[in-house]
Design a protein around this ligand. Structure first.
Ligand code: NDP
Length: 330
């Protein structure tokens, strides 16, 4: 008799009401795959893009990109995981909103003893993103201690990890967030300055804070609403690191604009390029595990929902009501 998994599925792109519970059969893992039983599941903004169709999926579709649990079965050729291992992942294909699943083993990492399931589920996608943003996204100059960077939506899941990690690296992170309370949270988590970008002109404040020089890097996951002003925050030869679209996609622009703003660089990064191989995934995860186990980065789980309440969780995330990381329990 085949195993069944309670799973969240969408039959078409749309609002949170499209997220429906179904029972799906789960088979044995094939070559390069594992079967994992989840203990906790992470909520991420990319799940909203998958649900709405900003990032289209074939229907019917399962969603969710992050979870932690126990390895139940291992397919041929998988050598880094064994049955019974505690493990966590950030990985395509979407489908982590479920009790158990079969998935590629490549992006699944063994969890160190010091890191629990909930922390694992709350940090893999967000923490590996903070890792590559701060350490692998500046091929041109390299960030040095003391450098000033601007990080939008800094009280969110990726944001609070980035605030703490940037401080541990000696960077001066200027945070933006949508309420004064969120700004305080960013400051309490290591940001050097915080700007409420819904009540203040953040580009003007950045120029004040940096003495008119501008920052070396802007990390922008907000997209449409912040794009143009973000360019005005950069010093000459600065880097615009676009990595998300919480307010909508960045509109098309003419490259000549980058010249007139001081020979700026622009990159649009995605985690999945950085974790394309087992070796790169493990190296980045080891870096993340070290700062989490070492206490330099604390994973702030500020919201917990039952997976059955997935619709409410999506509503709250889109309404900007969440802070830090959010997990689902089963
Ligand atoms: P967050 O917890 O940061 O939630 C998103 C935040 O964006 C909100 O809390 C809100 O904070 C801010 N925001 C600004 N404008 C809007 C808007 N119009 N609607 C909704 N939210 C808005 O989410 P995550 O930590 O999961 O992800 C953060 C961002 O990073 C997302 O854009 C995500 O897509 C991106 N990302 C990209 C990755 C990549 O590799 N490219 C990987 C992981 C995440 P506030 O109220 O303070 O403005």
């Amino acid at each position: 008799m085949s195993l069944m998994s309670r799973t969240v599925q969408i039959r078409q792109h749309g609002g949170p009401e499209e997220l429906q519970w179904v029972d799906l059969p789960v088979g044995d893992p094939g070559p390069g795959e594992i079967r994992i039983r989840h203990h906790a599941i992470g909520l991420n903004f990319i799940d909203v893009y998958h649900r709405t169709g900003l990032y289209p999926l074939n229907m019917p579709a399962t969603i969710g990109m992050e979870a932690a649990g126990v390895v139940e079965a291992v397919g041929e050729g998988v050598t880094h995981l064994q049955v019974g291992d505690r493990a966590a992942y950030a990985s395509p294909p979407p489908g982590s909103y479920c009790e158990l699943r079969v998935m590629p083993a490549k992006c699944v990492c063994k969890l160190p003893d010091a890191i629990g399931f909930e922390t694992g589920a709350a940090m893999m996608l967000k923490g590996l993103t903070a890792q590559y943003l701060l350490k692998k996204t500046l091929p041109v100059q390299g960030l040095q201690p003391g450098d000033q960077v601007l990080f939008h939506a800094a009280a969110g899941g990726v944001g609070l990890i980035a605030c703490q990690w940037a401080k541990a690296l000696g960077l001066q992170l200027i945070a933006t967030a949508g309420t004064d309370a969120k700004c305080q949270l960013a400051l309490a988590n290591g940001a050097a300055h915080a700007i409420n970008y819904r009540s203040e002109d953040f580009a003007q404040r950045v120029q004040q804070i940096t003495g008119g020089k501008g920052v070396k890097v802007v990390y922008d996951s907000v997209g449409k609403d912040t794009w143009e002003q973000s360019l005005a925050c950069l010093r000459p030869l600065g880097l615009m690191a676009s990595f998300g679209n919480a307010s909508g996609p960045v509109p098309p622009f003419a490259p000549g604009l980058l010249g007139t703003k001081g020979s700026l660089y622009v990159t649009r990064q995605t985690l999945f390029t950085h974790i394309a191989t087992r070796a790169s995934t493990q190296a980045m995860a080891d870096d993340l595990f070290a700062v989490v186990a070492g206490g330099q980065v604390k994973i702030r789980i500020e919201q917990r929902y039952r997976l059955a309440d997935v619709q409410q969780a999506h509503r709250d995330l889109e309404a900007r009501k969440t802070i830090g990381s959010t997990i689902f329990t089963l």
